[in-house]
Design a protein around this ligand. Structure first.
Ligand code: GTP
Length: 254
């Protein structure tokens, strides 16, 4: 049987929530949450951690980071990368092996900035070719998928059609190239049907049911008081569960 690779988040709780070792390759995983909850932090952490060497059970890959909001902060990447680099370098036992440095880690995160949905669609259309030329890429992060479709969309039918197309393209990419696709998504308020007895307002992942149905793994990130939680709301084979995690200067942890 083919070995299933996963990308660690550095939180055992979160890795367990995702099936043991982190975000799975070959599939789409969606993290949703309100602004400021830490989605970008997780996206950056995964972009660094995808580079962990194979001898440490890592995927030794590269990342594509698609920034639709302008929230990628290079200084934060350096801080998180330093945390990971220390762990990797401490584990070197072979004297011929070179320690990992920050320039190398940064050079393996391919950063793209898109400013509207047209740029995002155009970029995704060229992504197949990019992945063929960069076979070490094992992760694509889109931060966030919702933003370009919330700003300037009045035609909801077109929006649904484009989102379905994107979800299908990403699913194909994940499977063809055996990479993890991580979608960071916002939350939106949904109202139950008046008179149905469930007319309460609830927070649900943005972009609607038809898009969400194409994402096999869905996790909601939220906070209560000073504590951060991740809640698995959807998975093909894992149980619904909630865990606690932290964000520190060095990145994500238990
Ligand atoms: P939007 O992009 O606005 O949707 O937010 P987001 O969900 O992507 O949030 P983001 O990843 O920007 O995370 C912000 C959170 O990370 C805040 O709660 C900060 O407290 C936390 N954070 C960011 N940098 C640090 C840091 O250096 N140390 C610690 N401890 N926390 C940090």
């Amino acid at each position: 049987q083919k070995q299933k690779f996963q990308i660690t988040t550095f939180s055992h709780g979160l890795d367990n929530l995702l099936g043991g070792k982190g975000v799975p390759l070959g599939q789409i995983t969606e993290f949703c949450g309100v602004p400021g909850v830490g989605k970008t932090q997780l996206g950056i952490q995964l972009s660094v951690n995808v580079q962990i060497p194979r001898r440490m059970s890592g995927t030794e890959g590269e990342a594509v980071y698609i920034d639709t909001e302008g929230s990628f902060i290079a200084q934060r990447v350096v801080e998180m990368a330093n945390g990971t680099i220390i762990k990797i370098n401490e584990s070197i036992t072979d004297e011929n092996e070179l320690p990992l440095d920050i320039e190398t880690v940064l050079s393996k995160i391919h950063y793209f900035r898109t400013h509207d949905y047209i740029e995002l669609l155009a970029l995704l259309k060229t992504m197949d070719q990019f992945l063929k030329e960069h076979s070490m890429v094992k992760l694509i992060v889109i931060d966030s998928i919702a933003f370009p479709f919330r700003q300037d969309f009045s035609d909801m039918t077109l929006r649904t059609r484009l989102l379905n197309m994107i979800a299908q393209d990403l699913k194909n990419m994940a499977e063809t190239f055996e990479i993890a696709v991580v979608l960071l998504n916002q939350m939106t308020t949904k109202f139950g049907n008046p008179g149905s007895g469930s007319d309460k307002a609830t927070l649900v992942p943005a972009l609607g049911d038809s898009f969400n149905n194409k994402c096999p793994n869905q996790i909601i990130l939220y906070w209560r008081d000073d504590m951060r939680f991740a809640h698995l709301i959807k998975s093909a084979n894992l149980q619904e569960k909630t865990i606690q995690y932290q964000i520190t200067t060095n990145g994500i942890s238990d």
